[in-house]
Design a protein around this ligand. Sequence first.
Ligand code: ADP
Length: 583
Amino acid sequence: MNKLGKYFLPILLFVIVLVFSLYAFDRNLNHIRKRRAQVFDVRVDQAVKEVKSRMNDYEQLLKAARSLIYVKDTVTKKDWREFVGNLEVRKNYPGIQGLGYAIVSDSIGIQKLYSRMKRTGYKDYEVFPNTKRDLYSAIIYIEPFTGRNLRAFGYDMLTNPVRKKAMETARDSNRAVLSGKVLLKQETRSNTQPGFLLFLPIYKNKRLPETVDQRRKLIEGFTYIPFRAVDLMGHLLRDYSDLKISIYDRSDKIRESLLFSSKENAEAKLPSSEFMKDTTVSIEGINWTMSFETTANFGSDYEKKQPYLILFSGVIISVLLLILSLLELQRRDQTLKELEFAKGLDKKKEEFIGIASHELKTPLTSLKAYIQLLQRTPIHEDPVRANTYINKAADYLEKLQELISDLLDVSKIAAGKLTMTKEDIDFDDFVKNVIESFKPTTHTHQIMLLGHTHALIRGDRNRIEQMIINLLTNAIKYSPGQDRIEVRLGKREKQVLISVRDYGIGIPVEKQQKIFDRFYRVESESHKFQGLGIGLYITCEMVKNHEGKIWVNSDAGKGSEFFISLPVVGTRTKSEKEAKSVA
Ligand code: ADP
């Protein structure tokens, strides 16, 4: 399977989960948007209903006041105060500035009003503005009669066109009518806010005239409520912080017509109002435009985040799945590699058994042949020949012994049971002796010993001898046709160095690392030379056991030089050296 094929499934899985998450995200986003739009519509309806129903309450209040006027022959200021006081207007009808009564009259009626006011203790009462006109209106009662409200006492509301329009519409229609935006007489210079008023007509003779003409003729005055828009709406719409609500007193949304805006800077567009809606509200004879925009508080936070949560989880899950499936692939690859490795090991083992049998069989066959020859030779008649056969048999026996002891070493190393008996060794002397005793085993090569260390090392004599002999045997074996082997001794820092140099076949660079592995033999050469591939492995393990190092410098075709370094534990003293040289 090529690389793309191998990763196809994990990538496909990743893409499927990702696409599915995107789809779920999109659906959820749409679903939530729809639901939020519905919630927005419901909230807008609620707010409109709230305002309408409150205005209706105020109309009922005015009607109650009118009933009082119709029931009593003359309503006094005290009556008015008690009526308003009993209703606990400020508590039960929050947001209104007061409840007033204004009469409508010609100039004669106004003069009568002055004398009546004087009689009741209001000497300074004056209808204002003080200009001459045919028809007057005058606020005669306004309760609570305190604070800002005193400023309106005596005001002629017909002199103001906005108020006049609402009063005339109320008069002609015999119903409660709201005025447009005004600045209430109650306003002082500080904390000024827009206002509006609700008027209910009162007709003479306590009648409810049928026609417009009759209504105009019989108009006696108005009960009315002045509203400060921000106070009223701020209270009424206090539970709508999720919406920015603006109210205009007509259909065009211009600054001049703005009665109320629930956010401080009414002009500023909110950066990202999710939903907006303008609605015309017919309310007490007038059309208001109520404008709604969602604010950051709109809807639940969780709801807003939900689609993104879904997307985020989807992405995380798909990435996790991708990682998991890649890990699984890696694990499978690893298992395959291990299987292949195990197969390779099996193969090697079989190869080894083949080679080992062959290596053991060769000296054994020769040994057997010489013993048979010896059996057929009369020792007393031909002792020289018999002796030659015995020596040959002994050589092959030794070879067999060496092979078997190498194999035993390998299994001891594997079991961690390679034992060492360590002692201090005079390194130079030791190497010299090993070489001298090795020399007679070769007739093809000359072994030269060069250099000295004067060092003492600590180690197992037999094992160190085995290391050196392994290197020498290899040097001879792998340099057929050459006759020179050089053994060099030297010292580097706190290590002795021994190297064995041959001028034989050498080892290709890429194989040099592996030659110290168990059973490894350089393949191209293995069929030409006998061997089990364990000599360097055993040597390397023994070097490690002595806390030393082994390495090789080699050029294929030019020969090899094997190095062993071992830690120095001391120096041979001068007297020892002299004693040796005298001896
Ligand atoms: P073997 O019994 O095969 O000689 P070794 O463990 O002693 O086993 O050596 C491992 C392999 O290293 C050898 O098979 C050979 O290919 C390579 N080798 C070892 N010594 C030399 C050398 N002096 N010159 C070239 N190749 C060598």
